[in-house]
Design a protein around this ligand. Sequence first.
Ligand code: GLN
Length: 204
Amino acid sequence: MVTGPTVGVFALQGDVREHLHALDRLGTRALPVRRPEELDRVDGLIVPGGESSTMDKLARIFELREPLRERIAAGMPAFGTCAGMIMLADRLLDGIEGQETLGGIDITVRRNAFGRQVDSFETGLAVDGLDAPVHAVFIRAPWVEEAGARVEVLARVPASAPEHGAAGRIVAVRQGPLMATSFHPEVGNDDRLHRLFVDLVTQS
Ligand SMILES: NC(=O)CC[C@H](N)C(=O)O
């Protein structure tokens, strides 16, 4: 029997299915969100990896952008991964012309920050609150260039990562009921970050 909160996944673009599967493995009721009526039915929302500029455009076209901004501002828990991190950031560097975020987390993110030579890589990553490192998959990922005082830094790129110049960059954050990672915890079978988020939703 499924009990507890309903967690939505922003489903206009991105790797929606992977997040739905992770929620399913945790026994959490999940709902793809494409319309404002669906947003009304969820207690928390995951914004997946994908392409943030497309998400921004589609959210406007489907009239989901303002309802999303309002729910986040009203304290709905949200978890953004990669493009989703960009969507939840208050400030964006290297967006396409006219691109806007939903905001919520007091961070400045740089889109496609890791450069073009090696635009994807994987590394072991220690994350605050988790007992053992996660296997973090980065795909044309953003990093957090600046974080405000209210933001808890959960992870930074280790010096051993294959990306030159990225060591020390912030790649996972939390601010109250909002979480974001530069990488894709929905890829693979390690559901610990999803568990953290579902716990946040349950507590809020
Ligand atoms: N894997 C991803 O989500 C990539 C994010 C993408 N580069 C963007 O700008 O939204």
